[in-house]
Design a protein around this ligand. Structure first.
Ligand SMILES: [Zn+2]
Ligand SMILES: [Zn+2]
Length: 252
C-alpha cells in the first residue's frame, strides 16, 4: 500500500512516463500506408513516409521486358529479355526501369504525392526506386517529363522533376529541365481512341536540343508509353544515341 507521502513522487513519475509515451506517439512519424509509427532509422531512410514492412510489400516489377517493362511471355527471354512486341517494332527506348506496378501501395503513394501534395510520399517513392532498381549504365543526365506551366501553377510542382531531382542528387547525375518543353496543357484523353491520343501527345512535347549522348527520361507513371516514346524519338532526332526511361509505376 502506498503511503500518502509517496504519492507526489510516484504520481509525478507515472505522469511523466505517460506524457513521454503520448508525445512519442504524437511526434514519431507514421507510415503513410499502414499508419503505424516508424523507427527512427526507417523514418530517416524512407523520408518519414513509409515503414520498412510496407516497402517490402510494394508490387515490384522484376524480370520484365527490357524495353517496355511489361511481363515477358514464355520463350521471349531466350536471347535477351525483350518481349515479342518490342522485338517486332523498333523502339527509341533502350531500357525502361520501372520500380513497381501502378497498383495497390505504389498507386496509393503516387496519388498522395501528385494529388495531395505530400512531397514525403514522393521522396519515399524515389528512395524505394533506388532501393529496388539496378542501373547497369549510368546516363549523363536525367530529363523529367515536363508539366505545362498552368499545371505547375495549379499543383505547385512537377512530380517528375521532384523525383528526378531526388534520384539525381543521390546518384550524382545532373537534372536537365531545358531539353524538353511541354507546349500545351492538353485536355482529358478519356473517350479518345489510341490514334487520337498518340497524335495529341506527339504535339504536346518538343525537344529543343540535347547536349548529351545518353539520357534517362524520368516520369512518375508510364501507361501507354506515348509520352516517353514521343520524347525519346525527338531526342534521337537531336543526336542522342541512347535514351532510357526511369519510372516509379508501370501500368500492367
Ligand atoms: Zn507501413
Ligand atoms: Zn517489351
Amino acid at each position: 500500500m502506498l503511503r500518502i507521502s509517496e504519492y507526489p513522487a510516484k504520481l509525478h513519475r507515472q505522469i511523466s512516463q505517460l506524457t513521454r509515451r503520448l508525445l512519442a506517439q504524437t511526434l514519431s512519424p507514421r507510415c503513410a500506408l499502414c499508419q503505424l509509427p516508424m523507427t527512427g532509422s526507417e523514418a530517416a531512410y524512407f523520408h518519414h513516409s513509409v515503414c520498412s514492412a510496407c516497402i517490402t510489400q510494394l508490387p515490384l516489377c522484376a524480370g520484365n521486358c527490357r524495353r517496355c517493362a511489361l511481363p515477358l511471355a514464355v520463350g521471349d527471354a531466350d536471347i535477351e529479355p525483350v518481349c515479342g512486341e518490342c522485338q517486332q517494332q523498333q523502339s527509341p527506348i533502350s531500357e525502361m526501369i520501372a520500380m513497381g506496378w501502378h497498383q495497390s501501395h505504389v498507386r496509393h503513394l503516387i496519388h498522395l504525392f501528385k494529388y495531395h501534395g505530400q512531397l514525403a510520399a514522393g521522396r519515399a517513392l524515389s528512395a524505394a526506386w533506388l532501393h529496388h532498381c539496378h542501373i547497369d549504365d549510368m546516363p549523363q543526365a536525367l530529363l523529367p517529363v515536363p508539366s505545362h506551366r498552368s499545371k505547375i501553377r495549379q499543383r505547385g510542382f512537377n512530380p517528375a522533376a521532384i523525383l528526378a531531382s531526388d534520384l539525381g542528387a543521390h546518384l550524382a547525375i545532373p537534372v536537365d529541365l531545358n531539353c524538353c518543353v511541354r507546349l500545351y496543357a492538353g485536355d482529358s484523353q478519356t473517350g479518345k481512341d489510341k490514334t487520337e491520343r498518340w497524335r495529341q501527345v506527339q504535339a504536346m512535347y518538343r525537344v529543343v536540343g540535347c547536349p548529351y549522348d545518353h539520357v534517362a527520361i524520368v516520369d512518375d507513371v508510364v501507361t501507354t508509353q506515348a509520352t516517353v516514346t514521343t520524347i525519346a524519338t525527338q531526342l534521337k532526332q537531336h543526336g542522342v544515341s541512347r535514351v532510357d526511361v526511369w519510372c516509379i509505376g508501370r501500368t500492367p
